[in-house]
Design a protein around this ligand. Sequence first.
Ligand code: ADP
Ligand code: MG
Length: 244
Amino acid sequence: MAKLKIDITDLHKSFGSNEVLKGITTRFNEGDVVCIIGPSGSGKSTFLRTLNGLEEITSGTVIVDGYDLTNTKTNLNQVRQEVGMVFQQFNLFPNMTVLENITYAPLELKKMSKDEAHTKALDLLKKVGLSDKADAMPESLSGGQKQRVAIARALAMDPDLMLFDEPTSALDPEMVGDVLEVMQELAKEGMTMLIVTHEMGFARKVANRVIFTDGGEILEDNTPDQVFENPQHPRLKDFLNKVL
Ligand code: ADP
Ligand code: MG
């Protein structure tokens, strides 16, 4: 199979007259673990959402794993099967058990057999440290546990790329570590990951690249060491002074 590539050229996105992404050009390769940092409202979520077709693109091109997302003929459901996404607010199905949450898409979309989907879900629950929660309902879980289920659910589709939009921002501080640990493990296994986060320690330790966005543009794109030790753009320096 060809190596995963994500190619983004002059991506613009507007909501009405509000231009939120102002010409983003970048590329991600297989195995990249990229943290995206920047102030609130700078277009980070919108950017991630354009990569799996959750936001329509105003202009420019986005090619994810060979799928041209600007081509109206592209089957977005197929793209979404290959691109897993984890949200700040978990978005678990509240009326399904943990196991059902994880097996739903493989059963419905991949037509996986029930046995195979169950075995896989139990493996994934083990991986995220929740083997004992298969039959629990989401409402009985802590935020950190819900987020680990959400990660397991995304992984159940065997995605080539995982998008994380502030996966720990809604968690109580004592829950953050467990979720970051699962993500670090995934990164170690070679998963390609784009992570919007305010966890600077994690970005520094786990990412191979850190992108700083502000005002809908990429202002810096460099190794974690460079971004945190030797920031160039004044707005990045200012941002780091505020968050570190
Ligand atoms: P960030 O994730 O960096 O905080 P967002 O991508 O959520 O930024 O938002 C960037 C801008 O886009 C904000 O001004 C926000 O109000 C606007 N925006 C985001 N989603 C929508 C939407 N669905 N409709 C209209 N405006 C939106
Ligand atoms: Mg956001």
